[in-house]
Design a protein around this ligand. Sequence first.
Ligand code: CAO
Length: 247
Amino acid sequence: MSNYFDKLPPWPDGDFGEFGPVEVKPRDRYQQIGGAFLSRNWLAIPHVTHHDEVDVTDLEAARKAWGEANPGQKITLLAPVMKAVVGALKEFPIFNTSLTADGASLVWKKYFHIGVAVDTPKGLLVGVVRDCDTKSAATLAEDTAALAEKARTKGLSMAEMSGGSMTISSLGHIGGTAFTPIVNAPEAAILGLTRVQLRPAPGEAGALEWRKMLPLSLSYDHRIINGADAARFVRHIGRELSRFEFV
Ligand code: CAO
């Protein structure tokens, strides 16, 4: 019996030269493999993306103070967010699961390895930072910077890209207010970060004050996670960040 998907028309692969001058360049192996994985994940996983923003005003003040007290060392927002995601994974362990290929079981992970999407000249690579629950933000920042540098200069092995609990994809250094990251199978969710925005909010004395808000976009596999849990998960990340302490 045929179904709707059997009736999809073929990819429109015409001769663009008919419309004007063009040049056809082959894509390298990394780009082709990466594209195939992204297509599989997009088609196989029923994605929903939940958007929210969390107040990082106090966190940013603490991060600035930490930077002044530790010249030569750098922590961006990413490391505190990795720690906050670990806190949220502990509170909501359903986000630290993987569906088996037959869909019959869930694998509950007891480890906290966070994937970080890195923009490289060869395309997007996701390196996994291990045991994020046991590391300080400073160590996570160092580990992530080293992994990103290796991804950009030498590439990453399959072992360095495997075994994540959940992935974070940060576009905050460029801009944006929200996007739809694609879940990195077999993980259950991926968190996208975009650029911190200044928003007016009522202060304690009633007057308006400017707050720093970090936009978060959480895409999740709707076979595993429901929308209410996603909303709670992101709110929890906000709570973790609001009480975060640099040690
Ligand atoms: N809001 C405002 N500023 C931010 C920010 C945010 N959310 N996130 C980072 N920044 C700032 C940093 O503080 C840093 O500022 P300074 O240079 O003044 O200190 C600057 O942006 C550059 O940050 P960075 O990119 O060096 O470091 P990072 O820890 O934020 O990110 C990495 C590291 C590897 C995740 C990032 O460089 C990267 O490659 N991201 C790309 C991910 C991607 O392409 N995803 C797309 C997936 S969908 O196709």
